[in-house]
Write a protein that binds this ligand. Structure first.
Ligand SMILES: Nc1ncnc2c1ncn2[C@@H]1O[C@H](C[S@+](CC[C@H]([NH3+])C(=O)[O-])CC(=O)[O-])[C@@H](O)[C@H]1O
Length: 329
């Protein structure tokens, strides 16, 4: 997990402030003292076999790599077992040398819902906040982005990213162990910023939107995906306890409320590009994520409700622009 090339790439550019902070963030975000399982995950990473890659696919549903020739049964099993050592795999799917990593989420479905409705990523510098193991980061690179930086504070996902990167070898795709609060203030360096599945985890949604705005270059595009409720402008659900078994869920606005929040903090032209109920086909337990999943988080008598009696998960994707005129890099 060598971040030195990224630091060198950023030095002396508009990313310099982050280059200076990154060593400290890495030490904190990948600390063996804080994360007891890290040593085991790093062992799995080191045990991945060296395999010759024939083709890499970044712009299809199953992101991954194929070999120049079929793997032996033993090599296939070794790869599968080693990758299984990084359980749970939540975001995907991936396919490495015929090993299909059937993740908890069909993240490709989310990508399909937004890909045609966002500003083309060609040549853009992109930030993906809360990127997990980086599934969407590779899709962004596959769509032509010049540089993709994912951030996620969960160290297992960082190790999963490096496991995939061993075979995908993209020098313009990085996942950094950091939260949005670790991005230097007012960086204004990204052409497109994605925040998907993060806003409802933030105690202060307005502050999150402001942080996202301040990552963007003038006129840059925000792609925001979050849980919403049906309702009018001004309506918002703040679940008192858990929501769909998640403990850290704060604000679920209606789409109209969310658009109002975006305008209030200075975004222009908010557009709802998709609203979908999450199905138990999209989020489910698999061999690669054996814990409970959405089906266990819904009311067994009435799947239109969460197990706590709130409306079942429904997600909206909204785009909006930072103020100003966007110019290509
Ligand atoms: N402060 C933080 N800053 C950044 N990320 C955070 C923070 N706190 C938690 N996360 C990370 O945000 C991700 C949220 S999942 C969305 C994944 C992907 N985007 C998806 O849209 O499929 C939720 C979902 O399943 O919807 C997790 O990987 C956390 O570690």
């Amino acid at each position: 997990m060598n971040y030195q090339p990224l630091i060198e790439r950023w030095q002396g550019t508009e990313m310099n402030a982050w280059a200076e902070r990154l060593p400290e963030q890495l030490a904190k975000g990948l600390s063996h003292q804080r994360y007891g399982d890290l040593a085991r995950w790093l062992e799995a990473l080191a045990a991945l076999p060296n395999l010759e890659v024939g083709e890499r696919t970044l712009n299809t549903s199953r992101v991954g790599a194929t070999g120049t020739e079929a793997l032996s049964v033993e090599a296939h099993d070794q790869l599968r077992q080693t990758l299984m050592g990084l359980h749970p795999w939540r975001k995907g799917p991936f396919e490495l040398f015929d090993v299909h990593i059937d993740t908890e989420w069909r993240s490709d479905w989310k990508w399909e819902r937004l890909a045609e409705s966002i500003a083309p990523l060609t040549g853009r510098r992109v930030l993906d906040v809360g990127c997990g193991s980086g599934y969407h980061c590779w899709r962004m690179a596959g769509a032509g982005a010049r540089e993709v930086i994912g951030i996620d504070p969960t160290p297992l996902f960082i190790v999963q990213f490096w496991a995939l990167q061993k075979y995908l070898l993209q020098d313009h795709v990085w996942v950094v162990p950091a939260g949005i609060e670790d991005v230097p203030a007012a960086l204004k360096a990204f052409d497109t910023v994605f925040s998907m599945g993060v806003l409802y985890h933030r105690r202060s949604p307005m502050d999150h939107l402001i942080e996202l705005r301040d990552c963007l270059r003038p006129g840059g595009e925000l792609v925001l995906e979050t849980l919403v409720i049906e309702g009018e402008a001004g309506e918002v659900l703040v679940p008192e306890g858990r929501y769909a078994r998640m403990g850290n869920v704060w604000f679920l606005p209606s789409c109209a409320t969310l658009e109002g929040w975006l305008r209030k903090v200075g975004f222009v032209n908010p557009q709802v590009i998709d609203v979908s109920n999450t199905s138990t086909d999209e989020q489910r337990s698999t061999d690669w994520m054996t814990f409970h999943s959405l089906a266990n988080f819904l009311d067994p008598e009435d799947p239109s409700k969460s197990i706590e009696g709130y409306p079942a998960p429904r997600r909206a994707i909204v785009t909006a622009n930072a103020p100003g005129k966007w110019q290509p890099l």
